[in-house]
Design a protein around this ligand. Sequence first.
Ligand code: FRU
Length: 497
Amino acid sequence: MAGDILSIVRSYEQSESPAINPESRPCFHVSPLLGWMNDPNGFSSYKGEYHLFYQYYPFETTWGPMHWGHVKSRDLIRWEYLPCALAPDSDYDREGCWSGSALELPDGRHAIIYTGRMPVNRNEGEEHILQVQCLAYGDGVDYEKFDGNPILTEEDLPEGASRYDFRDPKIWWDQREDAYMLLVGNMAADGAGQLLLFRSRDTVHWEFLNILDASHHEYGKMWECPEFFEIGDTAFILTSPQEMVYGGEFQNRHGNMVISGTYDPISHTFARKEVHAIDFGYDFYATQTIQAADGRRIMVGWMQAWENAAMKRGIACPGWTGMMTLPRELSVKDGKLIQAPVRELEAYRHDRVTVKVFSLCGESVFPDIEGRCIDMNIDLTFPEGSSCTRFELALAENDEYRSVFACDPNSGLITFDRTQSGYINDALPVRRLQLPPEMKKLSLRVILDRYSAEIFVNGGEQVLTSVIETPQEASGISFFADAPVTLNIEKYNILIP
Ligand code: FRU
């Protein structure tokens, strides 16, 4: 029976997905084979290739009972679709195969650990949906759910932890422990998020170790999609808190957050140092990371926000909705997380154009500086004593539309304005990023891929990621400064063969 449901989904994929015009998709960002996509899942290296799964509802372009979609790649830029990996076809995940992670086992199997939404009848007629953790093992294409599922249930929870909000397990191997570790999002008794740390020798039997960190209502409610890794001496927790209060760096109601600190592997405790937003744009949620074979820590996120997800699409992309961010290389500078587009993108750069303007003032456009599938570096210098109070970079522009990055070098305030980007229902009209005042220089790396803009500021110290929902004819790029600034542009088209 279980297998039957998955084969129905797979034949539906085969018959319906060819109808989707590849031109309607982003060129190098992952989008679902068809239907709906949210969180990245199971981001992992397996037998020398990168695998990425995703929260998936193949039958509609809206969220529904969750499946796992699947793609793989050799270079994180060109992705190949694989058939649906998991369907909600078992008693313990009948209400959905929710987010989770994956890793290659020493015996060559690809292990997936995910959250099952399991309906139970506690009292006569009253149905509750519990969240339990489940395993599946596979060969990179076909996955079989483990007979002993679920492997983590309410019985494994510490005092006060919710059995209804217990999800998004992140698994990794910890050399020091000679064991697998698992971090799972949970709701504490105070009604706010906490992250539970478990350990296992075999991926099946887990022992609760500690609460790694908790919101205590300071940073939103439920903490979804936790991640944990260390780069050098700095430990990082990434999580996506629900129901954040708008304020400071947090401008999305369902936000994203990086907590840096130190981790003590003996006591399994984490000491917080700093808390920041990971991304300052409109659309960034539910991150996952891997450590690549060459040692790089690479992150991917869902390039969408829950509050925008119900938006009306359909301008040019019927049949699918949702995209992943470009995978990003992570590093540390002064204890802070730095993000850069994966270097593999550089192999797909073509048609190099450079522009140098010693003194840009007023509005300018430049030949061949345009397009919706581009990689562009911009270096700005604000001369000594400059009276510039506004620099603007308008992307995806035509008479009707523009998506505007702006900066006031005096105050250090950066904004991204999506008022004319085809969205009608943003709760806040702009996104803000406060940098130190009296800026002398600003560098930007702008990646556009048909329906998105990812803007890496000052070498990836901050990033603003947003979906742009406008027709591809809006492909202009213009620059404006209200007093002279020096501008250097280097722009490439990205062409994926
Ligand atoms: C985050 C999330 C996860 C959950 C999944 C369900 O976006 O809510 O917590 O596992 O999406 O699709």
